[in-house]
Design a protein around this ligand. Structure first.
Ligand code: GLA
Length: 726
């Protein structure tokens, strides 16, 4: 007997089928099926034969492949009761069809377990969201060794995988690799998703590009250890598993206890990576957000690279004034403000303002910022503690540790066990107090080390409990102080997953402000997260993390396509540099009013030295094309680039935007985008023929603005050269 159920978005359909009460399996995910489609026939059409040389049963890739049902590859679920392995055989007991959702209820009475498989569809963004709840209905404790959020068959034409990896100050590097016969897996065991494994990835075909070809993607909404896996089963199809990674002994259920997995979000595109990114952006914008609407982003200033730990109230006042004069709207006091914090080897955990540097507390600085018309923000790292701190003296047992062993420090600090209720209460207490005492509009919540010895006082791993504790503290603070915005930071972009993005307005992408690197990192992050949620700062011209020079213009170009900020000392800038930033900020503040739903992504360019960011307003009335040369262009003449997303039958003027004029172009002038040219072309022409990019020197940047002409003006454009054919 087959029980099959479909779930539709406006564009897509998923069909899950249970054969003879077995755990349901995905039998279809693709363009929306006919309403009258026979789902039983579809399920039968997807059924392979019994495999020669295999087990005498129909092998299927279910939502949670179980060893108890003969599954011998990496299980989706693996459990023990009181230490003895359970060979489960769940049976479907009920299926609840909801508007935009399915709930499968399963039981294994003999094993004393119940499962709920949850699937929801977002009708507009076409994201399907899957998670599992496990309930211990029996006697004795159940140990969870494996429990994925979802397993599905990998699409057979998905021959490559794209994911984001890297290291500190070089995170969010897009890696695209062929999938082979051996298992591919991407996992984090560092307690935070980390720089090396953003919890999202894309399966694609070798031909999939920014604009064309199919792509299937998953993102796990979880801020801790996770794993994604593509594995050939012994009978052929590949399983695609997504879920949290649970350490031995960390998930244990007492009788009557439940455990819910993080949600795995799934999205596909039939038209390349750009459409996929915009689908994720749409989803994050309306479903993964701490507030109903995240309005135009205020321009930020961070003290970090401007002064590090060298806090001097006089200089801070001067910096705040200089920032306000540039048009900055939010001043964020970074690390170094609290007692004992003169460097990163002491003070973490002692969250009172340093009496030497701030004898009257932070109020005078906050008031100064307010008087300048700026919001005031503060850096905190509630999960960290330096051994050299009063907090550690008083509560050494609060640290993650194994009795009798000294955990290694990371950035000279240990991790507080946020799985403990007393630690959660302590953190909520002092943060709430701070937010009550001071006019704080913004918190930068940092987390600066990987876990090691991630155990609680009871000797059990606390990695997952820690993450849930962090989420709870942030949720409590948000409920108490709904107006306060929060940024998620973990030594840069080490914790920018969708569970944090549901609680934080902003993610700090990287400590690397070098535009030549950052443009690729930002472009890669845009594959999964929308631009206005990604902080990008203009830092010192000589990068503090690469030692390389990247002009303010180049840095500002990248920041334009995200949440713009400054993280340098403007008092050190030359007058013309300050004038440039003033102009950039003024232009940004004007343009951002039209950016709700902005469609931003990195485009593919033929020349490997050129990076291009492209943003189009949702009504297609305007677009911004940022071009940056990260090296010497390969060819003498730059390539042409097709511009997607414009309205085919509207005509657009193309002009170079002022703060980026004139680019330090190659030795000879001319070309499609020259100061003298004023082009006006139809959207269809720009999509099919495109534009020849400007010729740039390494490190130089150019921004083009495309603006649709009013419909009434569709006659030939007044131009010195007339519309130009390329
Ligand atoms: C981390 C962050 C930086 C800065 C420092 C402060 O490295 O990523 O932006 O806040 O901590 O210590």
């Amino acid at each position: 007997m087959i029980v099959a159920a479909r779930l539709d978005s406006r564009r897509d359909t998923q069909v899950w089928a249970s054969f003879d009460e077995s755990t349901p399996a995905l039998v279809y995910w693709g363009p929306r099926l006919e309403d009258a489609e026979d789902l039983h026939a579809l399920a039968r059409a997807m059924q392979g034969p019994i495999v020669n040389g295999g087990l005498d049963l129909f092998e299927r890739l279910s939502w949670l492949p179980e060893p108890g049902q003969g599954f011998s590859d990496h299980p989706g679920l693996s459990l023990r009761r009181e230490g003895r392995r359970l060979l489960t055989a769940f049976r479907v007991r009920a299926l609840e069809r909801r508007e935009n959702g399915l709930r499968w209820s399963l039981e294994d009475e003999e094993a004393g377990l119940a499962l709920t498989l949850r699937l929801d569809a977002d009708p507009e963004s076409h994201v399907f969201s899957a998670s599992v709840e496990l309930l211990n209905t029996g006697d004795g404790r159940v140990q969870v060794d494996e429990l994925a959020s979802v397993c599905l068959p990998a699409p057979s034409d998905a021959q490559e995988c794209l994911y984001l990896s890297g290291r500190w100050s070089a995170e969010f590097h897009a890696v695209r690799e062929p999938l082979g016969r051996a298992t591919w897996s991407l996992e984090s065991r560092t307690g935070r998703p980390g720089h090396q494994a953003y919890p999202g990835h894309v399966l694609l075909t070798p031909g999939t590009s920014a604009l064309e070809g199919p792509a299937w993607s998953a993102q796990l909404a979880w801020s801790g250890n996770h794993v994604a896996r593509i594995q050939h089963t012994r009978w052929g199809p590949r399983q695609w598993q997504v879920g949290g990674l649970w350490l031995a002994g960390e998930i244990e259920l007492a009788p009557g206890e439940r455990f819910s997995t993080p949600v795995a979000h799934l999205l596909r595109s039939g038209h390349g990576l750009r459409k996929l990114a915009h689908g994720w952006h749409a989803f994050v914008r309306h479903a993964v957000t701490p507030r109903a609407q995240i309005g135009p982003r205020p321009v930020q200033f961070s003290t970090w690279e401007a002064m590090y730990f060298d806090h001097d109230p006089q200089r801070l006042r001067a910096l705040a004034s200089a920032a306000a004069e540039l048009g900055v709207e939010r001043f964020v006091l970074d690390d170094g403000w609290f007692v004992g914090r003169h460097h990163d080897r002491a003070g973490l955990g002692d969250w009172t303002p340093c009496p030497l540097r701030y004898p009257e507390g932070l109020q005078p600085l906050a008031s100064h910022c307010q008087a300048l018309g700026m919001q005031f923000g503060l850096w905190v790292e509630p999960e960290g503690v330096n051994p050299d701190s009063r907090l550690f003296e008083q509560h050494s047992q609060w640290c993650q540790h194994v009795t009798g062993r000294r955990p290694p420090t990371g950035r000279h600090q240990w991790v507080l066990d946020f799985g403990r209720v007393d630690v959660q209460d302590w953190a909520t207490g002092w943060l709430d107090g701070l937010l009550r005492q001071l006019p704080i509009d913004f918190l930068k919540w940092d987390m600066n080390r990987d876990f090691a010895h991630e155990h609680g006082e009871d000797g059990r791993p606390t990695a997952a409990a820690h993450v849930r504790g962090v989420h709870q503290v942030i949720d409590r603070l948000r409920a108490l102080h709904p107006h306060v915005e929060i940024e998620t930071c973990a030594s840069g972009g080490g914790r920018a997953d969708l569970a944090m993005m549901a609680r934080c307005e902003r993610a700090w992408v990287s400590d690397c402000n070098d535009a030549l690197e950052r443009i690729s990192m930002h472009g890669a992050a845009l594959q999964f997260l929308p631009p206005e949620r990604l902080g990008v700062h203009v830092g010192p011209a000589v990068s503090h993390t690469t030692g390389r020079l990247s002009s303010l213009k180049a840095q500002a170009l990248v920041a334009w396509f995200g949440h713009l900020g400054i993280e340098a000392d403007p008092l050190q800038w030359r007058p013309e540099e300050r004038a440039l930033m003033r102009e950039v900020i003024a232009a940004y503040r004007t343009a951002r009013e039209r950016w709700s739903g902005l469609q931003t992504s990195l485009l593919d360019v033929a020349d490997p030295a050129l990076r291009v960011l492209w943003a189009v307003t949702p009504n297609a009335s305007e677009g911004w094309l940022g071009v940056l040369a990260t090296g010497r262009p390969q060819e003498g003449q730059p390539p042409r680039l097709r511009l997607p997303g414009l309205a085919a039958s509207r005509r657009y003027t193309v002009t170079a935007l002022r703060p980026w004029l004139p680019p330090r172009r190659g030795l000879k002038r001319g070309g499609a985008i020259d100061e003298g040219n004023r082009l006006a072309l139809y959207g269809s022409t720009l999509a099919e023929a495109g534009l020849v990019l400007p010729s740039l020197w390494p490190g130089d940047a150019c921004m083009l603005h495309l603006s649709s002409l009013p419909e009434v003006d569709l006659d030939p454009v007044q131009s010195s050269h007339g519309p130009q054919a390329l």
